[in-house]
Design a protein around this ligand. Sequence first.
Ligand SMILES: NC(=O)c1ccc[n+]([C@@H]2O[C@H](COP(=O)([O-])OP(=O)(O)OC[C@H]3O[C@@H](n4cnc5c(N)ncnc54)[C@H](O)[C@@H]3O)[C@@H](O)[C@H]2O)c1
Length: 682
Amino acid sequence: MKNAMRPSTLSTLGLGNVIDIFANGKLPTNTGELVDKVFGPAGKRGALVVSGANGIVGAGKVMQLGSRLEPFGIPIVALDFPGVPDGIGQQYPGLVRAFGSDSAAKVMSNVVQFSYDGKSLPARLSDFNPRFLLEAIPEILEIKKAHFDLFTKTFPGIEIRSVTSGFPQSQLGVGIAHPAFPHEINKIYEIVENEPSSVTQLLWALGLIPMMVSDDWAFVLDVFFCGLTLAASRYHETSNMPYWKIDKFVRRLIGPNPFRAHDAIGAAGANFLTWSCLHHLSKHYGDLFTPSTVLEEKMTSGQNWYPLNHFRPLVDWALSDEENQDFEVRLLGPMFQMTSLMVHEKRSHMATMNAIGELCAQFTRGLPAVIRARGADASRQLVEQYHQLHPEAAGGAWHPEAFDAIGSPEWQQLYVNAEHDGTVGVISIGREAYNSDVNVEMNRAINWLKAEGDFHLTTQLTGADTGDFFPALEDAEMGVAIAKGWSETARRLHSEFAVSVGFVNGKRALGGMLELLMHCHHLVAVDDASLGPVVPGMEGCHWPFRRVAKEHWPRLLSFLLEGRAVRAPKALDWLVDFAGPLEEALAAAWNTATGGDFGLPAREFADGALSGVADTVPPLDPAGDPGMEAGRVAILANIKGSTSVPLAEALDVQARHSGNFMTTKACLSGVIGGMYKKTVKI
Ligand SMILES: NC(=O)c1ccc[n+]([C@@H]2O[C@H](COP(=O)([O-])OP(=O)(O)OC[C@H]3O[C@@H](n4cnc5c(N)ncnc54)[C@H](O)[C@@H]3O)[C@@H](O)[C@H]2O)c1
């Protein structure tokens, strides 16, 4: 028997459930087999062709895919016009930074560059047996279609995916793999295919993040990103506020700086792409998306939004409460309406829609999470207020009923899912940073598992979201409440399951996420995972000491006080119980959770007061700056205070230390305080 709170995002890729990965002891894909399917068997492997390879997207993808496919002997053919600027060369320093000069040179030795006139393919191209074309040429429908014709006539059967920002498959006639900026590093691709294909599964197997979206104009990312730019540009038209200042307020309200982002991507191209997406969306859905006059101008001129010699006035008036409200309606109103449209059209799994905003468009919280927090009725009211200011938008693409399902598991579990097979339950966390949403969803997932039976538990994955601490910077009680509430959730992993195993399968488990996972009875990590550093607020100052023998305390002290990450194998015994290659780690977790042979032995856990934890602090590397030094002093005080009391009292003691530290000068001038000044105190 298998059961889940909601369908996993993995299942949208045809890759089953998370619990199957643990039960089978391996990933659902075999990279070698998928490479064979897409590029042919070893010895006869064909090539990946990237067309438009010197462009912004093309060059980034040559690097990203080149480095991943080189070990499989797949040549990358980079195709572009003669005489165009060397986009690939510009990306090379980044490749060297990521892989070192030897490996970077090796990747490039597998890249062949061809120029052609756009009409007839280079004669020598067939020597490389092209099997897969990633098209990254300009966003002009007729040019793209002619390009596909050229390839399919010359290489019948070639797999083609377009990186288009907005044209649906129904218009282009080929599948879509729309990548998010910055192209050399962002791993997310929106995928449009009738069924998840081997190409998509191969991207996943190569460590990239394909997300299935429906075949609708501009998919999900560009509705959000272009939509936000449009709303911000319309605000400029009504208020005449300068772009840089609008950016500041958008950043505080939603997360991104839409205008600066266009300049960073390259205004000439980005202005056109935004305009193109909105133009086609407006043809299809009406005025909600009609490009504003300033957007039309910027598209035509290709000019930056921020002038280069830009000075900001010394007098920088704040918005009054009324103006703030107006800003919110004009920005969030259209964004909520666009979300209603995409939910109505079922453009993607809800968790995917939410994640695309956060991971690709820099939203502080995904729009579904924002709407959920405000509530269905209040969100609908906001859109109606917006319609009073901009009545043309009410004419279409408004689906108030789309928020009716806000209470469903799909809306309620945007970040955390739970699955079980009747004996073992798995909670998977799909957000890198712990925040109040994850906290609430985590509690619901634990409740759900418990209601379904008494389960063993494996949690999967990865600091805390700094934004959640902003209120605590001015009010110690808020900080105490966060530290207490989150710690109470974490403690459930310890106290409410017969066996719990924390599983770190990513590259990192940082801060709050690591503190959360430490609360499991066992901690298992893949051997290339980095753990920490921890800025303790979720029991990091006493919990780890309680689960290890005295001899390991000095190591833990250095780890907490120096604030440096440690590789999983080096953390064996004093922090993790097992570190190894993925399949061995999966087996260790599963055997432990199922109580099978070869499971990890139970750890002793001391719930009384510990004595002498911080009596001898090992020699530490210099803190480097006064802020770090103050942090150390605070952490040490927290360690002393929370270890010297029994477990039942330690929760409050550590929360008080953590809450008090957050209002200090040191914290205000540190990372969280810096972010607070930049985004909220504007
Ligand atoms: N720029 C972005 O951030 C971004 C993000 C996602 C998707 N996209 C999509 O990527 C595609 C390319 O956009 P870009 O921003 O990289 O554009 P770009 O102008 O930077 O690059 C396009 C490249 O294609 C080349 N080219 C033109 N016609 C060609 C042909 N027939 N054959 C081979 N090469 C040809 C050009 O010389 C140029 O080097 C567009 O469809 C766009 O919507 C762009």
